[in-house]
Write a protein that binds this ligand. Structure first.
Ligand SMILES: Nc1ncnc2c1ncn2[C@@H]1O[C@H](COP(=O)(O)OP(=O)(O)OP(=O)(O)O)[C@@H](O)[C@H]1O
Length: 240
């Protein structure tokens, strides 16, 4: 596979903290995270349950704000952005993929993707997005007529159709068996390689680490390890 385009930094975070307060209880979800992610990089974010992976991903994507520290997307400091600017950042630059696909059941695959392309600034055609994830032959199927892995690939097509600069995936294979999950990983690695979309993939599944350019491991709200893979495996070489 191609090397990551390492010119330039897409995200830079420093001293990031996030405290959740529920009544009298305080949870320190992030305890000082420093991280820079390169343009075009495919990063797998590993860590035990509760280690802060989703919290970090949500802050990168502008879905949440940190309690302290700074976050930059390229030259823009997200931690200084107004709510309106943060919404515009999400809309224009970020694609999200979650564990559950959140497709509209009464719309076909093509129509689910078109919901996004109709409001994006420079979208690809829904057909192109679906072809990129290997669903060219299933465009007129409804979600109930698709397998879990196919539905997740529709969700990926929906996320990439607006040509986001970054793709943030939270447990994208979490609900899938190994063979189906591999197809989803193939779609994600193809998008990363073909479009150069910087991708962060949160997972519990350590086997998936081998498909990444880089593996970041979190523990207890901190980064415990940050390693570059010397060699990468194709998704079909991975199983769990
Ligand atoms: N909205 C919230 N309110 C209160 N505490 C929260 C909230 N969201 C997360 N937490 C707590 O913050 C910590 C980090 O949670 P986070 O979801 O980021 O971890 P994670 O590594 O993604 O876990 P998992 O792998 O189980 O999804 C956990 O202790 C969690 O219980």
């Amino acid at each position: 596979m191609d090397e990551a385009q390492t010119t330039g930094t897409v995200f830079r975070v420093s001293g990031l903290t996030r405290v959740y307060r529920t009544g009298a209880v305080e949870v320190q979800a992030l305890r000082g995270v420093d991280l820079a992610l390169a343009e075009g990089e495919l990063v797998v974010l590993l860590g035990a349950s509760g280690s802060g992976k989703s919290t970090l991903l949500n802050i990168l994507g502008g879905l949440d704000r940190p309690s302290g520290g700074r976050v930059f997307f390229r030259q823009t400091e997200l931690t200084r952005a107004s709510d309106r600017a943060l919404t515009a950042f999400r809309r224009d630059h970020v694609g999200f993929v979650f564990q559950f696909y959140n497709l509209v059941p009464s719309l076909t695959a093509r129509e689910n993707v078109a919901l996004v392309t109709e409001i994006a600034r420079h979208p690809m055609r829904p057909e192109e997005a679906l072809e990129r994830v290997g669903l060219g032959a299933r465009m007129d199927h409804f979600p109930a007529e698709l397998s879990g892995g196919e539905q997740q690939r529709v969700a990926i097509a929906r996320a990439i159709a607006k040509r986001p600069d970054v793709l943030l995936c939270d447990e994208p294979t979490g609900a899938l068996d190994s063979a189906t999950g591999v197809q989803v990983l193939e779609a994600l690695t193809a998008v990363n390689a073909d479009l150069g979309t910087a991708t962060v993939m949160v997972t519990h599944n350590a086997a998936i680490r081998q498909i990444a350019h880089r593996v970041v491991r979190m523990g207890d709200g901190q980064i415990k390890a940050d390693e570059r893979n010397e060699t990468r495996l194709e998704p079909r070489e991975v199983s769990w």
